[in-house]
Design a protein around this ligand. Sequence first.
Ligand SMILES: Cc1cc2nc3c(=O)[nH]c(=O)nc-3n(C[C@H](O)[C@H](O)[C@H](O)COP(=O)(O)OP(=O)(O)OC[C@H]3O[C@@H](n4cnc5c(N)ncnc54)[C@H](O)[C@@H]3O)c2cc1C
Ligand code: FES
Length: 263
Amino acid sequence: MHITQGSARIVQTARSGADTVHMVLEAPWLQQALPGQFIMLRIYAGTAPLLRRPISLCAVTPSGIELLIKIRGSGTERMAGWPVGHAVDIIGPLGNGFAPPPPGTPAVLVAGGIGIAPLICLARWLKDNRPDCSVRILFGARTAADCDALVPFIPASCALQIATEDGSRGTQGSVTDLLAYKPAVCPDALFYGCGPMPMLKSLARLACDTSHACFISLEAHMACGVGACLGCTVPAYTPQGPSQVRVCADGPVFEARRIFPAP
Ligand SMILES: Cc1cc2nc3c(=O)[nH]c(=O)nc-3n(C[C@H](O)[C@H](O)[C@H](O)COP(=O)(O)OP(=O)(O)OC[C@H]3O[C@@H](n4cnc5c(N)ncnc54)[C@H](O)[C@@H]3O)c2cc1C
Ligand code: FES
């Protein structure tokens, strides 16, 4: 699909919890975008902040897209202040999407924090396009408050298990503990992950140990978003040896073993 620069009008924007925004944008030109792809949003017509910010698609509908944005710094703070009717300058859809599971294959989606956004998109896509694939979501957050800001956007059709670091919601511990303690996952289930790097590393290790195929979506600081500046490269591994990949253009979705090879 062609990368396009276009305008998207905000039709709904609302805080969820203290530092998360759910935004609905009218952008029918993005209706072919796939789960796992992202967009680059222009923050300001002037120079500060100069760079666009990457945000994953959390839903793709015939009329547009939905985003879940965690406020971190000046760019996301500005996004949070955009009113209904604001026209956002977007480049997208960018990157590759998640490879869907073969028909009938269960999917286990493992998310840490705002990493749930692209996996919600995948869960919604699977519900509409692969109704024969069961979807289980394992979601980890720091606290109950962080968890409650994001859980309402998870499709009710998915089996959901929650872990929080402080034990204030669900099981106490990290989200990958939910997999480690419950190995009764169908042997041909596909794992999909998005979240902080240490979480993705332990997911990759678990997938490797249990011989499950695993796809992970990476985050990196990005400048161009289209593969030109090499600002988002991370180390990767091929059978021929170490290499570098661009998260924006070669990813953001990678086979987990390409980023975290078997020990
Ligand atoms: C492919 C991709 C998809 C993404 N999808 C989403 C999404 O769906 N929702 C969402 O909320 N965010 C998402 N992000 C992260 C988002 O792009 C950053 O949070 C945002 O660019 C921060 O901009 P800022 O100007 O608010 O913060 P900055 O002023 O740039 O940074 C503020 C602080 O946050 C830290 N920071 C910046 N980016 C990240 C990051 N990715 N992880 C951890 N810390 C960071 C900085 O180091 C700094 O300390 C995605 C990133 C990528 C690469
Ligand atoms: S952000 Fe420029 S190459 Fe990825």
